[in-house]
Design a protein around this ligand. Structure first.
Ligand code: GRF
Length: 205
């Protein structure tokens, strides 16, 4: 079987995108980034894609009459690039029905906290302010909710007394860069089994 073609959607600096591109380029996962899309023309993620010779595309949601119209245009781009799996990597919008229906169980996201704790914006800061002793990150399937879909992989990090929200975020980010490519690799190898909310691992062939 050929490589899994990824469409990465990012709004910002794109360090997770980079970790995915690096893992793909190093042959660590049976996947390739087919296209990078951003809703923000200044996203550094687009720059990273261009540097790697990957199509870097942008659409401004404000140029469309509705969220559906915008998503239909995004979907067209994803289809044009033969995308099999959509990877949200710091994409700052809730993905709607148009894209989710076109990619059933084929949209995944990385969140910088141990879901279901601290969904939404600034998960690292929320966890640090709450005073938890451990936090981490989560790769999950995307459904219509905010960070509510079935969990694929999580990584845990300790929270130290002298941490700030920023030092904690850095520690979490290091793990994000490991588990996001890992989750994509599992999907590329056909090893994930989804049963309701439960995601389990098939044995390696
Ligand atoms: C990451 O912390 C990710 O967990 C969250 O948004 C941030 C994106 O960072 N969803 P980057 O653009 O991948 O560097």
């Amino acid at each position: 079987m050929g490589k899994l073609r990824l469409g990465v959607m990012a709004s910002g600096r794109g360090s997770n995108l980079q970790s995915i591109m690096d893992a793909a380029a190093a042959g660590k996962i049976k996947a390739e980034v087919a296209v990078v899309f951003s809703d923000n023309k200044d996203a550094f993620a687009l720059e990273r894609a261009r540097k790697a010779g990957i199509p870097a595309l942008h659409l401004n949601p404000r140029d469309f009459g509705s969220k559906d119209e915008y998503e239909k245009a995004v979907l067209k781009l994803l289809h044009e690039h033969g995308v099999h799996l959509v990877c949200l990597a710091g994409y700052m919008r809730i993905v709607g029905r148009v894209i989710l229906d076109a990619f059933p169980n084929r949209v995944i996201n990385i969140h910088p906290a141990l879901l279901p704790s601290f969904p939404g914006l600034h998960g690292q800061q929320q966890a640090w302010e709450y005073g938890v002793k451990f936090s981490g990150c989560t790769v999950h399937f995307v459904d219509e909710g905010m960070d509510t879909g079935p969990i694929i992989i999580q990584a845990v990090v300790p929270v130290y007394d002298d941490d700030t929200a920023d030092t904690l975020a850095d520690r979490i980010l290091e793990q994000e860069h490991k588990i996001y490519p890992e989750a994509i690799g599992l999907i590329a190898d056909g090893r994930l089994k989804l049963n309701g909310r439960k995601v389990s691992l098939r044995r390696e062939k």
